[in-house]
Design a binder for this molecule. Structure first.
Ligand code: 6R9
Length: 654
């Protein structure tokens, strides 16, 4: 890799930062060694950061081997996640701001919610949910915009031991119905509408459409937050206004005593097969891990104002907007809007307005803002910023340098944090006071994390190497199962390389032991940091009556990181037209959601297949990238003329 002269390949920890850091390089080295030597003792000590109702006497109890496969942490401990996030802060810091809310429209007033207020709101909703018949272990689907009530809803579920399943507001009715049906939700919490970048999103109407589908018949009640005030259909007695049910409820609510291994939430994520997986996280280990990583990776101090720009519909929102920061008693900002509305300075205006010190966003947002030049950034102060973070996909070194030099004025460490929905929290990351930074590298494993690289046959690769990224041992935040399908959990993550957790990512380890994540090696495409399963998009396309077959691959995209390229074979006699192309893209939007809409759709008279009928995606990727001279070995193709036709059509399209 070549670097311009003035762009260093390594950014050492700034001495001024190291001097005030929670963890120095020596701390990292000592604690990391300790965490591997005695993981049980290490994590039991870390677990004392929570105020358990019953402190655990057990620590690590895990095995990735088929014969005695188990993942249990702190198994006899008892706690309630909402108590950890709220009640325990009330005495000393009840008047401190828990949530800062910045609405989509900057002309609307921001809100600040203290720990005391948030506790009362959570208790009122917890009582209301109990009155509506929601009991410990029941599932509740949350389909809300980025507003404080989304946090209230999650914590109210946790308080009464209900398992929340947050569904991202960008998903379509069909995708909501799939997720409601899979976990059998009894109740849905939504809003009249959401607003993003000035555009209204008909959340309640989407829920109505989802619940009209017969598979959603587990739902008894829909709570509707009045957010924009738009008129919506209320279907009695199913639909209830949120305000009305919480009004008059006591502002104290008895928290359920949960076992550490009781489920806290389910969050659906795309895998290599068509059906999204319900990733299940439990209470004790998850909360220990989310809160500890949040404190260490962001060098959290008492007076920090922390802002993660993710949506609570993703794991980043769960762990690093809600559970981690609130368990730590921090101030966490909830932003309803988007980076480019009303203009490209919005993020930095919000930073200045709320004096944000710790900022966590995605590479796709950085790339989109970088394209607008330095002006919109330089127009703001950003003097409050201390640490910058990224998550969701590999960050290209150019974007990293711009983030560091322009957004952070060269002053703030950039933490490139690698992790997954399945991991619950950050696994590979710099610690800002301890780790020398390399643009594009997630650098070093967090405490207790044992990454390794293996080749296709599962052989361990030592030293400088590139291969499939696996984890050799458990950590407390690890997912425990796929909801309703424990076999799928084992098969997906532990069967490819026996005794190891397979991440689905490829990575390179350099001579200093720093990790560089190269991206997914399975049929998952990372579009703007969102995981899209190719199989899901393909089955959405094939569900259209005019489509016979479809294959979807990723291709490099300047802003999104990867875009979606679809090859579609129409049913015999159906001519491909621009109108049909638009219709199919719309069809995918309505089947899954806008995030899954193909960027390109090419008609394919036939798809390249092996003689055994397997679609050769490697070839389709090269055609999508317009690199037909790099198709590689095509000798296993059943009919080579299929490829020639696709290459020609691709070239003609430019
Ligand atoms: C937290 C989150 C997980 C996938 C993961 C990987 C990619 C996330 C990354 C990164 C390179 C980083 N990913 N962070 N790749 N560098 N810092 O994003 O969870 O939505 O489940 O996605 O995202 O490919 O496997 P999730």
């Amino acid at each position: 890799m070549s670097h311009p002269k003035d762009a260093p390949a390594v950014h050492p920890v700034p001495p001024a930062f190291a001097a005030q850091a929670n963890l120095t390089r020596a701390d990292y080295q000592r604690l990391y060694a300790e965490s591997l030597r005695d993981p049980d003792g290490f994590w039991r000590q870390v677990a004392t950061r929570l105020d358990w109702m019953r402190p655990p006497t057990q620590g690590k109890d895990t095995s990735f081997d088929r014969e005695d496969f188990r993942i249990r942490w702190f198994a006899d401990g008892e706690l309630n996640a909402s108590v950890e996030c709220l009640d325990r802060h009330l005495a000393a810091r009840g008047d401190r701001t828990a949530l800062l809310f910045e609405p989509d429209d900057p002309a609307q007033p921001a809100q600040s919610v203290t720990y005391r207020d948030l506790h009362a709101r959570v208790c009122r909703l917890g009582n209301a949910l109990r009155n509506l018949g929601v009991a410990r272990g029941d599932r509740v689907t949350i389909y809300l915009p980025m507003i404080p009530d989304a946090v209230v809803a999650m914590l109210a579920c946790a308080r009464i031991g209900a398992i929340h399943s947050v569904v991202f507001g960008g998903f379509s009715p069909n995708a909501i119905a799939d997720r409601v049906a899979d976990c059998g939700s009894k109740l849905v919490i939504t809003a009249d509408e959401g607003v993003r970048g000035g555009r209204r999103i008909p959340l309640k109407a989407n829920v109505d459409a989802a619940l009209r589908l017969p598979r959603s018949n587990s739902v008894e009640t829909v709570l509707v937050v009045r957010h924009t005030g738009a008129a919506v259909d209320m279907q009695m007695p199913r639909d209830r206004w949120f305000d009305a049910v919480v009004e008059g409820q006591p502002d104290q609510c008895r928290p359920e005593r949960m076992n550490a291994e009781d489920p806290l939430f389910i969050l659906y994520t795309s895998g290599s097969t068509g059906k999204p997986k319900g990733v299940l996280h439990t209470t004790g280990g998850y909360l220990v891990y989310a809160s500890y990583t949040h404190a260490c990776v962001f060098d959290l101090k008492d007076d920090d104002v922390y802002w993660c720009t993710a949506d609570v519909g993703w794991i980043t929102g769960h762990s690093y907007i809600v559970y981690g920061p609130l368990a730590n008693g921090a101030t966490t900002l909830v932003f309803e809007g988007v980076p480019n509305h009303p203009d490209h300075s919005r993020f930095w205006q919000v930073v200045d307005k709320h004096r944000v010190t710790l900022f966590y966003t995605a590479p796709t947002a950085i790339r989109a803002l970088m394209r607008e030049g330095d002006g919109p950034v330089r127009a703001t102060s950003r003097a409050s910023l201390r640490v910058l973070g990224t998550v969701g996909e590999p960050i290209n070194p150019e974007a990293w340098r711009w983030y560091h030099a322009v957004v952070g004025d060269g002053r703030c460490p950039v933490v490139d944090t690698w992790w997954q929905t399945e991991t619950g929290g950050i696994l590979i990351t710099p610690l800002p006071g301890a780790t020398d930074l390399k643009p594009g590298s997630a650098t070093q494993p967090f405490f207790g994390v044992r990454p390794a690289l293996v080749d296709a046959d599962g052989r361990r690769l030592e030293g400088e190497a590139e291969g499939n990224l696996v984890l050799l041992d458990s950590w407390p935040g690890q997912m425990r199962t796929v909801h309703g399908d424990h076999q799928r959990f084992f098969d997906t993550y532990f069967s490819a390389y026996p005794g190891m957790y397979f991440t689905g990512d490829g990575a390179r380890r350099d001579a200093n032991g720093d990790y560089w994540i190269t991206g997914r090696v399975d049929d998952v495409i990372n579009v703007s940091g969102h995981r899209i399963g190719t199989a899901e998009v393909e089955s959405a396309l094939v569900s259209h009556p005019k489509v016979a077959e479809a294959a979807v691959v990723g291709f490099p995209h300047d802003i999104k990181g990867q875009g979606l390229y679809a090859y579609v074979t129409l049913v015999a006699g159906e001519p491909g037209s621009d109108a049909l192309r638009d219709e199919l893209v719309r069809h995918v939007r309505s089947e899954i959601g806008p995030i899954a809409a193909p960027d390109h759709l090419q008609w394919a008279p036939a798809l390249p297949k092996t003689r055994s009928g397997k679609i050769m995606r490697r070839i389709l990727r090269k055609i999508a990238e317009n690199q037909p001279d790099q198709l590689g070995d095509t000798s296993t193709l059943a009919d080579p003329s299929v490829v020639d036709a696709l290459v020609k059509a691709r070239r003609d399209a430019g």
